[in-house]
Structures are given as C-alpha cells and as structure tokens.
Design a protein around this ligand. Structure first.
Ligand code: PHE
Length: 353
C-alpha cells in the first residue's frame, strides 16, 4: 500500500506538470509540490516519515527521495520549456510598425526673443527683475510721473480691475500697461547703482490687428549711477541693437515724450530687410522705429527717494528704455501677423523647434 500511495503521488505530480502552461503555472507547481510549508512533499516528510516505525524509515526515505527527484526534474523541464505558443502569440510585437512619436516642446518665439534681449544686457552686467502683472495705479502711473487726470494716461488705454471705486486712486488695481512700474519697485528695494532689465507681459485695451494685441511683452531697462549721461544711453542701445540684429545695423535717436524720462527719445534702426535702401517693410524710409528711451525724470527719482534717499537727482542720474518683444520677434523671424504668436497652433510653433 506504500507503493500504491507513492505511485499515486507520482502520477498526480506528472499530471500536474503536464498541465503547466506558462511561468505562473510553473511557480504554482513549485509551491504546490515543493513549498516549504504547504507543499505536498513537505506534508509527506513531516507526517509520514516522522510517524513511521524505525524499521520502515529507510525504505520510506528512499521512496520519498525518489519522488522528490522526479518532481524536481518535472519542474525543471516545465520551466525550461518556456511560455506556451499561445502566450507568445498574445505578446507578439510587430517591429515593422512605426513607433509612437513623442512631441518635443520648443521655446516659444516670444520667450526666445525675450531671453535673447535679456542676455545681451546680462553680458553688460545687468541683472534681471520682475514685478506683478496686476499693478496699482501708483506704480503703473503716479510714481512714473503720470499724475491723476493727466492726459498722458490716455496714451495707454488701461484695463482696470472692477469694483474698486471706494479705494484711494493710488491703490486701485489695473493690468500694468508697461513694465516701467518695475523701475520704481526696483529702486524702492535697492539703492543706486542699479543696472536691471525687466522682461514681462503687459496689457492694453487696444483693438487687435496684424500688429496689435491687447496682451504683449516688453523688456524694460534701467541704469542708475553717478554721472550717467545720454551718451551712455546711446552707446548702450546702439550696442544692443547691433548684438540683436547684426553688427551692420545703425541707430538714430529722435526727440519724443514720456512722462518718466526727460529728455525722451524714440530709437530707430536701419531697416534690416533692405539695409536702409528703402522697401515695403520700412515704408521706403530705410528706418524702423523700435523703442522708447530717455534720461530718468527727476520727478521719478523723487518718488524713489521717499523709500531710498540715495536717489537724489543732485547726486545720481540714469537712463531707461522699453522695447516691444513681439515687434522684435516678428522682425527677426519674418512673422507678419502678431496673432500667430498667441494662437498656439502647432504648425506655426513647430517651426521654432
Ligand atoms: N514704458 C514706455 C512704453 O510702454 C516705454 C519706455 C520705457 C520709454 C522706458 C522710455 C523709457 O511705451
């Protein structure tokens, strides 16, 4: 009957091994037969062998070892045979299919242009500043020498935050119309000397057309130190324009007006499309107007001196400038519609990847 019992066990072990299909079955078989705690062979050794009378132990042990060897061989064969054909077919990969293309991001042309402008000034020792896009009337206008009710405010059609009529005018919030308020925020925090460029987004209630957008970007610049002159302003901007557009570009300065600079100037560069000969892009003039600038108005220093007395116009002077990023990006990359910079159309943006 011992023979029968072992024969039955072996038969069962062979049948189970024959039913093995994949790796999971192999592991289940190993646990079922050879597992240290619940395995059937452990059951045999711990219950039968222990309980057997001393004279039967030897032959019982031999049979047990034979059965164990058989099970181990069956397991080895099953594991070595690998996954079944069906399992392989289910996992088959057609390596002739095209792969899934992963889209790579690219720097947006506005960001790229802004970074380029900033790095030209960084190379001159300027640091980078930022300020809030939702700004107070004080920083956007009053401290930049646009007094309440002053007509110069109308040149920057302002989008204001609603329901603030009960606040004092200087505290009312608006979407900044230029990056110039960050001039004041910088000076309030830091005594002279200051050399800073301020890239950022600005908003104006302008109708959209091919060259205007109610949201656009500027890079502001501010330089304050002892003995800063208009020549420093001219030399700095002439260098910057050559660095941005090529060393053969020329600059010229025209009288202009901004409340926060005196004197003020508009800067033109020789047309980068025709080299100054005259073409459609420059309306045959050979020149393109690109930015505003001027010497910091003493009235602006007076506002800064309320927090930082070192901004004393008798002791220091400075210049400031501001340029539109979209306009420069459009010129550099030959973009004719400002709207394509904001549409998020991948066919447009991929050209900059
Ligand atoms: N803030 C001006 C504008 O947006 C540009 C400017 C900046 C002009 C600094 C002079 C000096 O039109």
């Amino acid at each position: 009957s011992l023979d029968k019992a072992f024969a039955a066990l072996e038969q069962q072990a062979r049948a189970d091994a024959a039913a093995i299909k994949g790796d999971e079955d192999v592991e289940a078989y190993r646990l079922q037969w050879l597992g240290r705690k619940q395995g059937r062979l452990n059951d045999v050794s711990s219950r039968w062998l222990k309980a057997a009378p001393a004279e039967a132990k030897k032959s019982l042990g031999q049979r047990f070892n034979a059965l164990k060897t058989t099970v181990e061989q069956l397991l080895e064969q099953a594991a070595g045979s690998g996954p079944s054909d069906a399992a392989l077919a289910a996992e088959a990969i057609d390596i002739t299919l095209p792969g899934t293309r992963r889209l790579l991001g690219a720097e947006h042309p506005i960001t790229r242009t802004m970074n380029e402008i900033v790095s030209v000034f960084a190379a001159l020792g300027y640091s980078v500043g930022v300020g809030p896009e939702v700004e107070t009337d004080f920083y956007n206008f009053e401290s930049m020498n646009f007094p309440p009710g002053h007509p110069a405010r109308d040149t920057q059609d302002t989008l204001v935050i609603a329901n603030q009529d009960r606040r004092p005018l200087r505290d009312r919030l608006l979407l900044r119309t230029h990056t110039s308020p960050v001039q004041m925020r910088t000076m309030e925090k830091q005594p002279p000397p200051v050399r800073i460029v301020i890239p950022g987004k600005v908003h104006r209630n302008d109708a959209q057309d091919a060259t205007h957008s109610p949201i656009f970007h500027q890079v502001e610049g501010l330089c304050v130190d002892t003995n800063i002159t208009f020549s420093d302003l001219k030399g700095t901007l002439d260098h910057a324009m050559k660095a941005l557009f090529g060393s053969s570009v020329k600059t010229r300065f025209f009288p202009s007006f901004f409340p926060f600079t005196e004197p003020s100037a508009d800067v033109q560069i020789s047309c980068i499309f025709c080299g100054g000969k005259g073409c459609r892009k420059c309306k045959q003039s050979g020149w393109i107007e690109l930015l505003g600038c001027g010497m910091v108005d003493p009235a602006v220093f007076a506002f800064a001196a309320e927090k930082q007395p070192a901004y004393d116009p008798k002791k220091i002077s400075g210049f400031a400038f501001g340029m539109g990023v979209e306009r420069i990006a459009m010129m550099k990359y030959g973009i004719s519609e400002i709207g394509s910079l904001f549409a998020g159309d991948m066919r447009f943006l991929n050209q900059f990847a």
